[in-house]
Ligand binder design. Structure first.
Ligand code: NAD
Length: 244
């Protein structure tokens, strides 16, 4: 039996990278998916590739409360909602002294306010569907100090704390909330650094390689499926040992 048989899952920032890998895997596991992103052409192309019976794309800025209403309505139109992956994020690494208020606030709006709005928005529909699971995509930058990325780190530490607070709040509603903490994963997000810089950073990874979006998708599948039904408020690193 496919592990997400008859489930509907909303994935933010899913036009590419980890979110797109999750959409592909979840559909193979029997789910229908709402793919959302601000990248419209790539998002629509992915939905077409997956097939209109199992995937819909919606332009959705996670920092917009109004857009969240539309995203939940799209899931409702598909028949309900059982999973949310708060995956959308930005990474513009700057040191403390290089970071201005605008850059700090931009990270907060997308990486922190976005998942807050998302968790709130999905609860009524998930509850009507008998409960569900939320996965918040934090980072190893939410587990330890991260060089030259103060705004990003602030939001990823916040998301880790928000996950635990929400896990307690939502347990009575049968909604589980967990966070994942990827190390370097081979997606367009890391193109802000040169290939040489990315290679140098791998020295600090015991497994000496980047992770793939598909490896992250396997973990998220576990956390969204009933196989993890007694796990909530947990933080799972997927980082080749980088935080050991
Ligand atoms: N790649 C890594 O090394 C790495 C490591 C740790 C954590 N992460 C986290 O993983 C998640 C997925 O990133 P990825 O690696 O797939 O990178 P990515 O850049 O390929 O994907 C991020 C997606 O988020 C979307 N997005 C950005 N702002 C948005 C907004 N306002 N509303 C909706 N969507 C928006 C982007 O368009 C993009 O498609 C992010 O939260 C990121 O912080 C990535």
């Amino acid at each position: 039996m496919p592990r997400l048989h008859n489930k509907i899952v909303l994935i933010t920032g899913a036009a590419r990278g980890q979110g797109a890998a999750e959409a592909r895997l979840f559909v193979r596991e029997g789910a229908r998916v709402v793919i959302t992103d601000v990248l419209e052409a790539q998002g629509r192309q992915l939905a077409e590739e997956l097939g209109k019976d199992v995937a819909v794309f919606l332009r959705h800025d996670v920092a917009s409360e109004a857009d969240w209403l539309q995203a939940v309505a799209a899931a409702d139109a598909l028949g309900g909602l059982h999973g949310l992956i708060n995956n959308a994020g930005i990474f513009q690494p700057r040191t403390l002294m290089e970071t201005d208020t605008a850059l700090f606030e931009q990270h907060i709006r997308i990486n922190q306010l976005g998942p807050f709005l998302g968790m709130k928005a999905v609860v009524p529909l998930m509850e009507r569907c008998g409960g569900g699971a939320i996965v918040n995509v934090s980072s190893v930058a939410g587990l330890r100090g991260s060089p030259g990325a103060i705004a990003y780190s602030a939001t990823k530490w916040a998301l880790r704390g928000m996950t635990k607070a929400a896990a307690i709040d939502l347990a009575p509603r049968k909604i589980r909330v967990n966070s994942i903490h990827p190390g370097p994963i081979d997606t367009p997000m890391l193109e802000v650094r040169t290939p040489e810089q990315n290679q140098r950073r791998l020295q600090a990874v015991p497994m000496k390689r980047m992770g793939t979006p598909e490896e992250v998708a396997d973990l998220v599948l576990f956390l969204i499926s009933d196989e993890s039904r007694y796990i909530t408020g947990a933080e799972v690193a997927i980082d080749g040992g980088a935080t050991l």
